[in-house]
Structures are given as structure tokens and as C-alpha cells.
Design a protein around this ligand. Structure first.
Ligand code: 3PY
Ligand code: MG
Length: 259
């Protein structure tokens, strides 16, 4: 395993060819992400789109995950690219942006994540300096490589624009939202993250990422699914969610207690 400052671990390990498993935290309490980072996850993500995590909690979570020696990612609300820049200043190693449906969406997203000449991120890395272990000028030189921008692919338009999204300067890879993608691909008939049409699209997405040396990320609701998809080329997979793990744990323990 690559070691180093927590912020550097995400891009460093992915670039070294490792496959990573991350937690997915939607509860608005920084100790949830911290607790997951103290387990054997490679990284922890706080979800500000569908999760309840607010900005203050996200900033605390990024620091606590860093104290556990792990990198933190955040999923921003749709189109909230200004928050992406603020989360990077707070030390997030990666930003997952939902509903990136075109090269223009990707360009705008990347412009808030990367400093010039790639993007237009404004200077003020506050906590990112501590979590990267770098001083200002050194951090500035490395920042565009340290922080990863992941564009969510979850619509038909996004699939059609996949190659141009991946080729957009500053986009380090994609992160697939299989539930929204299933709704899109079935014309609203169902929501099924494991639908055969989603499965076919996943093969295509993994291949496009592999060809370009880009990160292929996927939301996986179980560890079994994450293992399968990691073997199929997805090198950054979530494993369950905080809410799902609590429900499953509660059911298992109550079943044991009540017989
Ligand atoms: C999806 O599956 O659409 C997601 O966004 C995962 O949270
Ligand atoms: Mg989604």
C-alpha cells in the first residue's frame, strides 16, 4: 500500500493501479465517516446530494477521516460546483459530481476543481495544506494531480457523451450512478442498479476508462457487487452505505437476540 499524507493517497494509489473500496456516508454526523475510516475502507465519501450531510459536517468529516490516515471524497449536489472548490480547500481528495451529461457540464465541473491552466479554481487551500503535508507553492504545483474530479454518468445523454466527458481536460474519471442509469435506460420503467441494460453499459464504460487510463468508479450497494465490479475494471467502488449497514446490522443482531 502507498503511504503518505491522507490527501495524496487517493490519486496516488489509483495511479499505482490499485483498486479501492470506499464507504458512503449520508448521515449528517462527521463521526460516521470517521468510524468508517477507522475500519478497513480505503477512503470515505460524504454524500451531499441525496445524503443529509451539510457543509459544516463535511468539513469536519474530511478532517476526521484524514486523522484516521485516509482520504475523503464528497459528492456535491447537482451543479453545485462552487461547493466543490470549498470542499477541496477543506482537504477533500476527490469530488463526485452528479448528472454530468455533456462535455460542457464536464468542462464547468473541472473548472472549479483544477487550478489554471486547466481550470479556474480560486486560491485558498486552508485545510488542504495540512492534509496534503505541503507548503503553498508545492501544493499549488501538485494540486491538479492530487484532487480528482469524477463525473457521474447516470443518463442516456451522459452515455452518449462518455468519450468527450472523459477527454475533457481536468476530468480524472467517471463515477457511475447505476440506479439513475437504470431509470434512464428503461425509460422510467424501473429502478434496478443490476438491470441487464446497466450491466451492458458498465462494460462499455469500464473499457473507455481503461483505454484512456482514467478512473472508473461505481456505486455498489453490497461488498459482493463491489468485488465483482472491481474484477470488471472499476477501480473505485463504494461498498454499501452507512444507512444500509445500520439496517442490516440491526436486523442481524435483533434476529440473533429474538431467535
Ligand atoms: C445512482 O445510483 O444513481 C446514484 O447516484 C448512487 O447514489
Ligand atoms: Mg444518482
Amino acid at each position: 500500500m502507498t503511504t503518505g499524507a491522507p490527501l495524496a493517497l487517493l490519486s496516488g494509489r489509483l495511479r499505482a493501479g490499485e483498486s479501492l473500496y470506499m464507504s458512503w456516508c449520508g448521515m449528517n454526523d462527521s463521526s460516521v465517516a470517521e468510524a468508517s475510516a477507522r475500519e478497513n475502507f480505503d477512503a470515505a465519501l460524504v454524500d451531499m446530494q441525496h445524503g443529509m450531510v451539510d457543509f459544516t459536517t463535511a468539513v469536519r468529516a474530511i478532517a476526521l477521516v484524514g486523522l484516521a490516515g485516509k482520504p475523503a471524497l464528497a459528492r456535491i449536489p447537482v451543479g453545485d460546483f462552487a461547493t466543490a472548490s470549498r470542499l477541496l480547500d477543506a482537504g477533500a481528495a476527490g469530488i463526485v459530481a452528479p448528472m454530468i451529461n455533456s462535455a460542457e457540464d464536464a468542462r464547468r465541473f473541472a473548472s472549479f476543481v483544477k487550478f489554471p491552466p486547466i481550470g479556474e479554481r480560486s486560491w485558498g487551500p486552508q485545510r488542504a495544506l495540512a492534509l496534503s503535508g505541503l507548503e503553498g507553492a508545492a501544493y499549488f504545483r501538485q494540486a491538479n494531480d492530487l484532487h480528482v474530479a469524477l463525473a457521474m454518468i447516470e443518463t442516456r445523454d451522459a452515455l452518449a457523451a462518455l468519450d468527450s466527458i472523459l477527454d475533457t481536460p481536468g476530468i480524472d474519471g467517471v463515477f457511475v450512478g447505476p440506479s439513475d442509469l437504470s431509470i434512464a435506460l428503461t425509460g422510467g420503467a424501473t429502478v434496478d442498479a443490476h438491470h441487464p441494460d446497466v450491466d451492458a453499459a458498465l462494460g462499455h464504460i469500464a473499457a473507455s476508462c481503461r483505454t484512456r487510463g482514467k478512473i472508473a468508479g461505481l456505486f455498489c450497494i453490497t461488498g459482493k457487487r463491489a468485488k465483482e465490479m472491481s474484477a470488471r475494471g472499476f477501480n473505485l467502488c463504494s461498498v454499501s452505505t452507512d444507512g444500509a449497514m445500520m439496517r442490516l446490522g440491526a436486523r442481524a443482531e435483533l434476529a440473533a437476540a429474538r431467535g
